[in-house]
Design a protein around this ligand. Structure first.
Ligand code: ADP
Length: 417
């Protein structure tokens, strides 16, 4: 289910926004339109949706329109054209009263520079939103305390913002946003003002909090690593337009254009690309149905020297090596399980390939990818892992062990199609 749907959204800043539309239709650029009409195209026909309980990251360079978009979601900025559906109601068409209700009950915002009230205590800040919504003192105290608890600030209620570090101040910002238990959290570069270590820690905490709370989060950042870490899906903006929306893996593996490519160039792909995306089908035999002659024939056909054995329910049993199968066949017995070799590394589909490197180097056979119950999903070749690692390193930077490993290759991986 989609909590937010943005349809054909435009925001033109300037005195005569409508003058920009004919030029946009002619395909004129943001810069040309500014020069010709004095108007700034901040959002240019944006379309996207945000699913319930996902972290949706909007990413782009400074000036690409991110802040304007997030402010159109709660109508802190008035869209020029288009629809913004919140739980299927168009906020663009709402009365002022309904917008206020939506902001108070459904959506909360966390800002880059915390926006705390300096004369108020931490508790006073956390309960501020509830206070202006007219919630009774006792109830709002209790909710604000719970929210402070959630972000790890118990014991700090009576201090003032200036007595807290940046990271802690932003926790107060987060507690204030959580106090009214909103369905949607809008986070505008919420961690960008923090130094890198604290920022990393806050990202981890947000993910932990999200695992418990399951909010729908729209998170804005200009930082790709942050986007990849936090986002279930990422929307990339350029000059007010959405250039690509996808999962972190999709953004990395299928960048829509050179702009996205430039963004993702320096990312450590091995942390993001998972086994599932480089996995391929295994050539298999089924135990106890298949005997050594079936195994030998399949290996010959595929040009491989070992084959993956599963049982009738697809549980992974090990591999059958061709020499063993030939011996078994000559001995006139046909129980493949007696020669099933269990010395094959296994992994899960969501394991980042960076974690597989060590095992892959040691193993002579492609790794078996199993689901959580142990069923065989596919296999991962070291050459496929290598290809991704190569995308990451320059030749000279590559660790020596990897170079050797790559040079040695693997008979299994090269031949099988
Ligand atoms: P981002 O958040 O990605 O840095 P913004 O949404 O702040 O981008 O800005 C998008 C474009 O709109 C920029 O060109 C910016 O200069 C312009 N802009 C933003 N706010 C205003 C405003 N109030 N008046 C005029 N232009 C604005």
């Amino acid at each position: 289910m989609n909590v937010i749907e943005v349809k054909n959204l435009f925001k033109i800043f300037g005195e005569h926004p409508n003058r920009a539309f004919p030029l946009l239709e002619q395909g004129k650029s943001k810069a040309e339109i500014l020069e010709k009409t004095g108007n700034t195209v901040a959002i240019n026909n944006a379309n996207f949706f945000v699913k319930k309980q996902e972290v949706f990251v909007i990413m782009g360079l400074s000036g690409s329109g991110k802040s304007t978009v997030i402010r159109c979601l709660n109508r802190l900025i008035e869209p020029t054209r288009g629809e913004v559906l919140i739980d299927e109601f168009d906020i663009v068409k709402m009365s002022r009263e309904d917008i206020l209700q939506t902001r108070r009950k459904k959506m909360s915002m966390v800002f880059q520079h915390f926006a705390l009230l300096p004369q108020r205590t931490i508790l006073g800040n956390a309960e501020y939103g509830l206070e202006i919504s007219g919630v009774e003192e006792e109830e709002r105290r209790q909710k604000a305390m719970e929210a402070l608890d959630q972000v790890g600030l118990q014991g700090y209620e009576h201090q003032f913002p200036s007595e807290l570090s940046g990271g802690m101040q932003q926790r107060v910002g987060l507690a204030r946003a959580l106090a009214n238990d909103p369905e949607v959290l809008l986070m505008d570069e919420a961690f960008s003002a923090l130094d890198p270590l604290i920022r990393n820690q806050m990202q981890d905490e947000l993910l932990e909090l999200q695992a418990r709370m399951n909010k729908t989060i729209v998170f804005i950042t200009h930082d790709l690593d942050e986007a990849l870490k936090l986002g279930d899906r990422i929307c990339i903006m350029k000059d007010g337009a959405v250039v690509q929306t996808g999962t972190p893996e999709e953004i990395l593996t299928e960048p829509a254009d050179d702009y996205v490519k430039a963004f993702v160039q320096n990312v450590d792909r091995t942390k993001v690309i998972t086994a599932s995306s480089i996995m391929r089908k295994a050539t298999m035999v089924t135990l106890p149905k298949d005997g050594p002659n079936v195994a030998i024939r399949r290996m010959e056909q595929a040009g491989i020297s070992a084959i993956y054995a599963i049982d009738s329910e697809r549980y992974f049993k090990g591999i059958i090596r061709i020499d063993d199968a030939v011996k078994l066949s000559r001995s006139k017995t046909d129980d493949l399980s007696s020669i099933t070799f269990d010395g094959v590394y296994t992994t899960t589909p969501d394991t980042p390939i960076g974690n597989l490197l060590g095992w892959a180097i040691e193993s002579s056979y492609p790794m078996a990818v199993q689901d959580e119950t142990g069923k065989l999903l596919g296999i991962v070749d070291r050459s496929a892992i290598m290809a991704e690692v190569n995308n990451n390193f320059d030749e000279e930077d590559m660790p020596v062990t990897l170079k050797e490993w790559e040079a040695n290759g693997s008979e299994l991986t090269e031949q099988e199609g």
